[in-house]
Design a protein around this ligand. Structure first.
Ligand code: HEM
Length: 513
């Protein structure tokens, strides 16, 4: 739990003067090492931040953040942690923080992973190249508005066909113990996301290249792992994890053959998007391809690979304590009924306007399990960081702020029953008002990505895509259950009752909008 602030303090007329930020970095090297071991070994990520917030009686405090010591030369682990919803917003203010080379923290994996280009996510808004690259990404997303839902539907269909076949296989027996049938969906989902994103975002169909089609997503997994593993807890046997994964930067050359396979694939089959970058956005060809690969692999494939499994597993929870599945199913079926066409594609319009509970559930999942939990920014100048109840902290120019979203979005000052998954939390007027505190996209859900900010370029599309995946599941199944990362039950949709309203072209178009 986070420390809370008394209403009396928030009501006081004159805000108290800024106070020094509590917490300490400990003795040189040893303090950083102690925090690193806590972070990776002795505590969960939540615990790491919760304990320090409690010890300092503050939601803004000093700590070290790994990776650090001994071989991360030049990486300064000292940060100012921010774990409440009010102070977190400083991280979205471009006048206060500089986002140069700080995507995953003080450690930057470097351009060896991105073909020598400093790609857009590592650029600050004051760098002119940021505007060019961000506009390019947003323009590509805009161009794919029509094809995105259609390609997603086709990809999800193919994935579910193969998972159904897996589930229908005879149950395996393990030393005499009969295991119930199950179909692990991680590989199928990643394959589906990869193929769909290549087509929808880059305009390149992987099926023209067997190697890319078969191994493209695995190459991206390895490429991502080499970049982020020094900052991630994996759960291997300790101290092996500390010695082998968290002690030195992992080398980029290991993935160069795979990266260049994907590079050539985009160069050849995504030539139209590359030319668009050169022609309309003034981005050189090599930089365009490296940026496309980064957005495709890191932002989009990486983001969806983390988020969608959480979402499917939560909805498919066999216990389903709030009876969520039947309610989602009814909402999705109502959209289908209104369209009068069971086969109509759920478009962005349906995801935004016609399935409020599905959308609220997706938002709640993003609140509880933000796929990119940490956000960083370096103070451009000395400034006063304001938190709830008028609490104020003096931040010095050059200090690194480290926002931890999972706690900020479970801030009891803002969210009722903050630790509970409440699918209908974002429904209605009150629910919509809470969207300003939903930060998963590196900005409030009520704001929009732009060339002048660092908010996720695909903020709307990500939520829409997740809604459409949920809708596809309930178009196809009356019910399903998930354990871990496997489907254990897929109950096919029964034929619709005959008394449904008949299809009209107008209604079909509405579902497709
Ligand atoms: C679940 C999926 C996704 C999640 C969770 C996610 C999350 C984020 C976050 C947190 C950032 C800000 C990073 C930072 O500066 O700290 C970001 C930036 C970005 N995202 Fe996403 N993203 C997702 C999917 C996508 C997709 C599908 C695309 C495009 C196809 C995309 C394009 C971008 C771009 C271009 C930026 C850089 C923004 C900038 O530099 O101003 N993202 N994303």
């Amino acid at each position: 739990m986070l420390p809370t602030f008394s209403p009396a303090a928030s009501a006081s007329a004159k805000p108290p003067p800024p106070r020094p930020i509590p917490g300490s970095y400990g003795p040189p090297l040893l303090g950083a090492l102690r925090d690193r071991l806590d972070y990776f070994w002795f505590q969960s990520q939540d615990e790491f931040f919760q304990r320090r917030a409690a010890a300092n009686k503050s939601t803004v405090f000093r700590t070290n953040i790994p990776p650090t010591f001994p071989f991360f030369v030049g990486v300064d682990p000292r940060v100012v942690a921010v774990v409440d919803a009010a102070a977190f917003t400083a991280l979205f203010d471009n006048t206060l923080v500089d986002k140069r080379d700080i995507l995953i923290g003080p450690y930057n994996p470097g351009p060896g992973f991105t073909g020598g280009t400093r790609v857009g996510v590592y650029l600050d808004t004051e760098e002119p190249e940021h505007e060019r690259v961000k506009n390019f990404a947003m323009a590509l997303l805009h161009r794919s508005t029509q094809s995105w839902p259609v390609l997603l539907r086709a990809g999800v269909d193919a994935m579910l066909d193969s998972l159904e076949a897996d589930l229908a296989k005879p149950a395996s027996s393990n030393g005499g113990d009969e295991k119930p049938p199950s179909a692990n969906y991680i590989v199928a989902l990643q394959q589906c996301i990869f193929r769909f994103l290549c087509k929808a975002f880059v305009g390149a169909d992987p099926s023209v290249d067997w190697l890319v089609d078969r191994f493209g997503f695995t190459i991206l997994d390895v490429w991502l792992a080499l970049q982020i593993l020094p900052t991630q807890k994996i759960g291997l046997i300790q101290p092996l994890e500390e010695l082998l994964i968290h002690s030195f930067p992992l080398p980029s050359f290991l993935i160069w053959p795979g990266y260049y396979l994907l590079y050539r694939f985009v160069e050849e089959h995504g030539a139209e998007a590359v030319e668009f970058a050169e022609r309309e956005h003034g981005i050189a060809k090599k930089d365009a391809i490296n940026n496309l690969l980064f957005v495709l692999g890191f932002n989009a494939f990486g983001g969806f690979s983390v988020f969608l499994p959480f979402l499917v597993a939560k909805i498919g929870d066999p216990a389903d304590p709030s009876g969520l599945r039947p309610r989602l199913r009814d909402e999705v079926r109502a959209v289908m009924n209104r369209a009068g066409n069971d086969d109509a594609v759920f478009g962005f319009g349906a995801a935004r306007n016609e399935m409020p509970l599905v959308r609220s559930t997706v938002y709640e999942m993003l609140r509880m399990k933000p796929p990119v939990p940490l956000q960083f920014g370096r103070a451009r100048k000395d400034f006063v960081l304001r938190s709830h109840g008028g609490a104020a902290f003096q931040v010095a120019k050059g200090e690194v702020l480290c926002g931890y979203q999972p706690l900020a979005m479970r801030d009891p000052e803002v969210f009722d029953r903050p630790e509970e998954f409440v699918p209908e939390r974002f429904l209605g007027e009150e629910g919509r008002a809470l969207l300003q505190h939903l930060f998963w996209s590196n900005g409030p859900e009520t704001e929009q990505p732009a060339a002048g900010n660092k908010q996720c370029a695909a903020k709307e599309v990500v939520v829409d895509t997740a809604c459409m995946l949920v809708a596809e599941l309930f178009r196809r199944y009356d019910d399903f259950e998930v354990e871990g990362t496997s489907f254990t039950k897929l109950v096919k949709r029964q034929p619709a009752p005959s008394n449904l309203p008949s299809a009209t072209p107008a209604a079909t178009a509405a579902a497709q909008s």
